[in-house]
Design a protein around this ligand. Structure first.
Ligand code: GLA
Length: 428
């Protein structure tokens, strides 16, 4: 296997297919209510934790004031259970007046004033998954226009209570309707998740043309098992999924649950690192008001965010599944850089995993290695030098690699007596 060849082939094939709204050239980042706040509409008992204007304003404040926005976390996204049970007299969706007394345009302004963007949720079907009014085919145009009039920047369109035929009509129809509003509105389609996530039922070429991102698989829950099942599904099907993704069009393995209740710190690092490798949208679903400093440090890790946001936009893959229950993930990045994640599925003790870059398919040469979580630069590593990483149970070791000089270049340079420091250090 020769990873760099994959880069060229993919980069070339990505050039022409993306959705025409110019949005999300790198995976979107922000906050999304669902996993943490669900359908809690009990604002009388707990006004700060229910789906309400107040919750979204609070999250906007935190994103703007706690350093998130500058890192790229700009979306504040409403999920299900925001609307009234009835449409208005003109047939438009309307928010529950008790919980959104200012209406959505005012909330949108609050969010925009802070340099952020607003996302909203709809469902192609008779009802949303939570039982609120859905967007049947005859309502697609009016709902798209309503969202645009309100100043919405992103729509997640779920698929409960609709059939295969309605979805095949409705998802492309909404894409057109959003474009027709002339407001740039990013479009997240849950369509593939309702069709099993795989061809032939799912046409990823078409999805890339009409949606900016899409949910492929089950909902994430606040547990390590849930994270593992998602990672497994995405890795088992990576041959199909990798080529579907690219600038403007992303597979969505669902929200980050770092900072919630289900993951240890090791597991939180693993989720963040694997989501970076998978070029996944980074939508946190947590309570930014009470986040621990450890969770914040993981979610705000600049190098990991840089890997996730790499402009080449090639989704990474699982390279290896060892009998030892170590798995190695790899993602190619711009300028021949790459990221490696050594992931332990073990539950006994830190495991010493020994390998070389050559074993992992790297071309000859020497590489600068930066350990993303220890924040240390390691000695320059030659492709065929064996090394050992110690990986904690359910944890990761995450490396960013940049080639110093390829072996061929080094030999050429030596011929002309340009023996530079970089070349010396290839002889470890
Ligand atoms: C579905 C979606 C979730 C969430 C809920 C809301 O299950 O997959 O992400 O939006 O509906 O009811």
């Amino acid at each position: 296997m020769y990873p760099s060849l994959v880069v060229f082939v993919l980069a070339f094939s990505l050039a022409t297919l993306a959705l025409d709204n110019g949005l999300m050239r790198t995976p979107p980042m922000g906050w999304l209510a669902w996993e943490r706040f669900r359908c809690d509409i009990d604002c009388k008992n707990d006004p700060s934790n229910c789906i309400s204007e107040r919750l979204f304003r609070d999250m906007a404040d935190r994103l703007a004031e706690d350093g998130w926005r500058e890192l790229g976390y700009v979306y504040v996204n409403i999920d299900d259970c925001w609307s009234s049970m009835e449409r208005d007299k003109e047939g438009r969706l309307q928010p529950d007046p008790d919980r959104f007394p200012g209406g959505i345009p005012k909330l949108a302004k609050y969010i925009h004033d802070r340099g952020l963007k607003l996302g909203i949720y709809g469902d192609l079907g008779t009802h949303t998954c939570g039982g609120y009014p859905g967007t049947t085919l005859d309502k697609v145009a009016v709902d798209a226009q309503t969202f645009a009039d309100w100043g919405v920047d992103m729509l997640k369109l779920d698929g409960c209570y609709s059939n295969v035929t309605e979805q095949a009509k409705g998802y492309p129809l909404m894409s057109k309707a959003l474009n027709a509003t002339q407001r740039p509105i990013a479009y997240s389609c849950s369509w593939p998740a309702y069709q099993g996530g795989l061809p032939p039922d799912v046409n990823y070429t078409q999805l890339g043309e009409i949606c900016n991102l899409w949910r492929n698989y089950d909902d994430i829950q606040d547990s390590w098992d849930s994270v593992l099942s998602i990672v497994d599904w995405f890795s088992d099907n990576q041959d199909v999924l990798q080529s579907a993704a690219g600038p403007g069009r992303w597979n969505d393995p669902d929200m980050l649950i770092v900072g919630d209740f289900g993951l240890s710190l090791e597991q939180s690092r693993s989720q963040m690192a694997l989501w970076a490798i998978m070029a996944a949208p980074l939508f946190m679903s947590n309570d930014l008001r009470t986040l621990s400093s450890e969770a914040r440090a993981i979610l705000q890790n600049k190098v990991l965010i840089g890997i996730n946001q790499d402009p080449l936009g090639v989704q990474g893959v699982r390279l290896l599944k060892e009998k030892s229950r170590i798995e190695v993930f790899w993602r190619p990045l711009v300028d021949s850089a790459s990221a490696l994640v050594f992931f332990s599925r073990r539950t006994d003790m830190p495991y010493r995993y020994r390998t070389s870059l050559l074993n992992l398919g790297y071309p000859s040469g020497s590489y600068k290695v930066y350990d993303v979580f220890t924040e240390k630069t390691l000695p320059v590593l030659k492709h065929d030098t064996y090394f050992t990483v110690s990986i904690n149970p359910t944890g990761v070791v995450t490396w960013l690699l940049t080639p110093t000089m390829h072996w061929g270049q080094a030999q050429e340079a030596m011929k002309y007596n340009f023996v530079e420091e970089a070349i010396d250090s290839t002889f470890l």
